[in-house]
Design a protein around this ligand. Structure first.
Ligand code: ADP
Ligand code: MG
Length: 295
């Protein structure tokens, strides 16, 4: 009978618990039967409790996330900065969702809250109130470690000032996030060369950032953002530091990524001329989305 109980027990637990079988047999010989029955029942109950806790987390995520087809759901987001005795209301209740494959333009005048919103989505700043769900996961439920993993593996960031590491070559800059994840050297090389080819950078792989033009640097940054095949790309004024001709080529690269590679992108800009590139525009003012425009 104890053999059966013990085998059944093994089914319920992972490999580390395999050891318990041996302990059981030892205890069976040493002590009375009744003791083990109570012991097994107790452990079984504990396992059930853990399972139901896990389920409730998943359930709460799904219940809160009404739009299940959306890759990103932002709900009643509020961000208040405390500056001494003053409160700055950077976001005053922002709600929207983004479906996979959209190219969203986040537009508005300076100070309207665009960067704050993007930083909160990217987990770069703390939320005052509200919630953000990425791929059905409530970012607020994540530990710091889990959030770092999500940020690294599911989000790609592109900034106005490129943020490349000056002492590394273009290739090494893109390689860095792949190295962190211990992706094998051969695969890293293949992936990066393919990205550089697609972004028209094949002849620039060994150049350091200061040997590249602004447009080329930004394309390296785009390659870096794409290296881990993220669910969503977040770009804050990626053309803000470029002339109009270079801006056009960068925008074309982003449109290609969106249209041909089905990448979901949220891009902040205040440049009205860029409107034509987006599939949808969210207009912001005073920490709120005041208007939505479908193109
Ligand atoms: N770290 C901060 N501390 C205090 N106030 C901030 C901070 N970041 C942004 N703000 C304020 O929040 C508001 C929105 O800023 P921001 O999101 O940068 O706007 P945008 O990107 O649209 O120009 C502004 O009034 C700005 O001064
Ligand atoms: Mg900004």
């Amino acid at each position: 009978m104890f053999l059966i109980v013990s085998l059944k027990f093994q089914n319920f637990y992972w490999t580390p618990f395999y050891l318990y079988n041996f302990i059981f047999f030892y205890l069976i010989i040493k002590f009375k039967k009744e003791f083990f029955i109570i012991f097994i029942v107790k452990l079984h109950k504990k396992k059930k409790k853990i399972q139901s806790k896990k389920l409730s987390i998943i359930k709460s995520n799904n219940l809160d996330n009404e739009n299940n087809s959306a890759i990103l759901v932002v709900k009643d987001l509020v961000k208040t900065y405390q500056m001494g005795e003053f409160e700055i209301h950077a976001l005053n209740g922002v709600s929207f969702s983004v479906n996979s494959g959209e190219f969203i333009g986040l537009m508005g005048t300076s100070g309207s809250g665009k960067t704050t919103l993007l930083n909160l989505i990217g987990g770069l700043d703390s939320i005052t109130r509200g919630a953000i769900f990425l791929e059905g996961v409530n970012l607020a439920d994540m530990t710091d470690k889990q959030l770092t993993t999500i940020r690294r593996e599911r989000m790609g960031f592109i900034f106005q000032f490129f943020n490349l590491i000056p002492v590394l070559s273009a290739f090494e800059n893109v390689e860095l996030p792949l190295k962190v994840l211990k992706i094998p050297k051969k695969e890293r090389k293949e992936r990066i060369l393919k990205l550089f080819q697609e972004l028209g950078l094949a002849d620039r792989i060994h150049n350091k950032p200061n040997q590249l033009s602004g447009g080329q640097q930004q394309r390296v940054a785009i390659a870096r953002a794409l290296a881990l095949d993220p669910a969503i790309i977040l770009a804050d004024e990626p053309t803000g530091n470029l002339d109009s001709k270079t801006t056009e080529t960068i925008m074309k690269s982003l449109v290609e990524l969106n249209r041909d590679y089905k990448k979901t992108i949220i891009m902040v800009t205040h440049e009205i001329v860029l409107k034509k590139f987006f599939t949808r525009i969210l207009h912001m003012d005073d920490g709120k989305i005041i208007r939505e425009e479908k193109l």
